[in-house]
Write a protein that binds this ligand. Structure first.
Ligand code: 13P
Length: 257
C-alpha cells in the first residue's frame, strides 16, 4: 500500500523567525507513530537552518526548485548536486508558479526531473490546468500532455521514484477547491497515463497528491479517495494547527484503508 504524504510548500514565505517557530512546533509534535510521511519545503535560503532544527526527526525536507545543471555560470540557481550535498531528500519540480512566472517549459521540467533523479533526489512533479482549459473541457488532455512530457525518456525504475501532484492552477491560493471527485478523476487518468508509459506496477507505486487551497475543513473530501495519496499544501502549511489537522486527516484515512 502507498504511504500517504503531506507536503508543505511554503513558497516565498514566511520570515525567518516565523519559519523557525513553525518548525520548532512541528519538531515537538510527535510524528514518530504516524503512518503518514510529512515533508516541508522551505525557501532555499532557509534550507540549512530548517534542516538543522529538524535533523533528529522523521520530517522530510524538500527544496522548491532546482536547475538541471550540476554546476557552472548560472547566477542565482541551485544545483541538484548542492541539494544532495545538503542531504535534502526531495525537490518540487514544475510548480505552476515556476511555469507561469519563470517560463519553465515541459522540456525544462523533464530535464530537471532527470537531473534530480541522477542526484538521488525525489522529484515532486506538479501538473495542472488553468481555468480556461478546465472551462473548455480540456483539463484531462492538458494534464495528460504535461505528464507525458514529464515522463519522457524515464524508465520504470525512475518513474517509481517520483511523486506527482495534481494542482489545478485555478485552485491555487484562490480558496476555490477542486472537488475530491474531480481531482480523483484526473488522478485516475494520471495513473492510466503512467501505466501506458511504463507498467502497472509503476502506476500502482507512484504517489499522486492533490494540491490547491487544501485546508483542514476541505481535505477529507480528497483524502478519502484511495487513489489520492496526500496533499501538497501551500498557505495552510504555514499555520501549525492547520497543518497538523491536515496531517491527522491523512493519518485517519490511512487507518481506514
Ligand atoms: P495553496 O494551498 O495556498 O492554494 O497552494 C497550493 C500550492 O501551490 C502548493 O504547491
Amino acid at each position: 500500500m502507498r504511504k500517504k504524504i503531506i507536503i508543505g510548500n511554503w513558497k516565498m514565505n514566511p520570515g525567518l523567525t516565523d519559519a523557525q517557530d513553525l518548525v520548532f512546533k512541528l519538531k515537538n509534535y510527535a510524528f514518530k507513530n504516524k503512518q503518514v510521511d510529512v515533508c516541508v519545503c522551505p525557501p532555499s535560503a532557509y534550507l540549512v537552518t530548517i534542516m538543522n532544527i529538524l535533523k533528529d526527526t522523521s520530517i522530510l525536507i524538500g527544496a522548491q526548485n532546482m536547475f538541471y545543471k550540476e554546476e557552472g555560470a548560472f547566477t542565482g540557481e541551485t544545483s541538484p548536486k548542492m541539494l544532495r550535498d545538503l542531504n535534502v531528500g526531495m525537490v518540487i519540480i514544475g510548480h505552476s508558479e515556476r511555469r507561469q512566472f519563470f517560463h519553465e517549459t515541459d522540456q525544462d521540467i523533464n530535464l530537471k526531473i532527470k537531473s534530480a533523479l541522477k542526484f538521488g533526489l525525489v522529484p515532486i512533479v506538479c501538473v495542472g490546468e488553468d481555468l480556461q482549459t478546465r472551462e473548455k473541457g480540456n483539463a484531462e488532455s492538458w494534464v495528460k500532455g504535461q505528464v507525458e512530457a514529464a515522463l519522457k525518456d524515464l524508465n520504470q525504475n525512475d518513474i517509481e521514484k517520483l511523486i506527482l501532484a495534481y494542482e489545478p492552477i485555478w485552485a491555487i491560493g484562490t480558496g476555490k477547491v477542486c472537488s475530491g471527485e474531480d481531482a480523483n478523476k484526473i488522478i485516475e487518468m494520471i495513473r492510466a497515463t503512467i501505466k501506458a508509459h511504463s507498467s502497472e506496477s509503476s502506476s500502482n507505486n507512484v504517489r499522486i497528491l492533490y494540491g490547491g487551497s487544501v485546508k483542514s475543513d476541505n481535505f477529507n473530501d480528497h483524502i478519502k479517495f484511495e487513489n489520492i495519496d496526500g496533499g501538497l499544501v501551500g498557505g495552510a502549511s504555514l499555520n501549525f494547527e492547520e497543518f497538523i489537522k491536515i496531517i491527522n486527516l491523512a493519518n485517519n484515512v490511512h487507518a481506514l484503508h
